[in-house]
Design a protein around this ligand. Structure first.
Ligand SMILES: [Zn+2]
Length: 173
């Protein structure tokens, strides 16, 4: 970017970002996102963020956000660590006031209305999206009860951590 590097913890101006026209990519350490860190298990997690500046049909500033990575969570049933694979994509459309948001804008899938705020940061934005998407109450694969013909299947978005540890920690050579 011509006006200095975009830093995840510094002020983020979506309007200036669209004007710059430059894509931003970076890693954000999950442990530095305080509200999120409270919900995570102790351990390593990764978050990769890609921001693409766009405009919508009305020429409004849009931040096209892609998030990927893995976060350590705790299974609420067995209290074991499980890994949540993050894969999120959002188009954030920026508005100066609540009144400016057309009601139909909120209903389009994958498009989210956001208010421009002075203290906006990329990290804050990412944290909010992750908190909204966090699979609260979901159990790990080993706690998933086989579904009876009458019950819906329990949600299990997790990989079993034992599997992850095997993949990461053991040499198969
Ligand atoms: Zn479990």
């Amino acid at each position: 970017m011509s006006d200095g590097e975009l830093l995840p913890f510094a002020r983020f101006d979506p309007i200036a970002f669209v004007r710059s026209g430059a894509v931003w990519e970076g890693n954000i350490p999950p442990t530095r996102l305080e509200r999120l860190a409270d919900r995570l298990a102790i351990g390593e997690g990764t978050l990769f963020c890609r921001l693409v500046p766009e405009r919508d049909h009305a020429q409004r500033a849009v931040t096209h956000l892609f998030l990927s990575g893995s976060l350590p969570l705790i299974c609420p049933r067995c209290l074991k660590r499980v890994t949540w694979s993050v894969a999120l994509e959002r188009r954030l459309v920026w508005f100066r006031s609540e009144k400016a948001i057309p009601p139909e804008e909120l209903e389009e899938e994958g498009w989210d209305a956001r208010l421009l705020e002075e203290d906006l940061t990329v990290a804050g934005l990412v944290e909010e999206e992750i908190l909204l998407a966090l699979p609260i109450g979901a159990v790990c694969a080993s706690c998933t009860i086989p579904a009876s013909p009458h019950a819906g299947k329990p949600i299990s978005p997790f990989m079993d951590l034992t599997q992850v540890e095997f993949d990461d920690g053991c040499s198969t050579k």
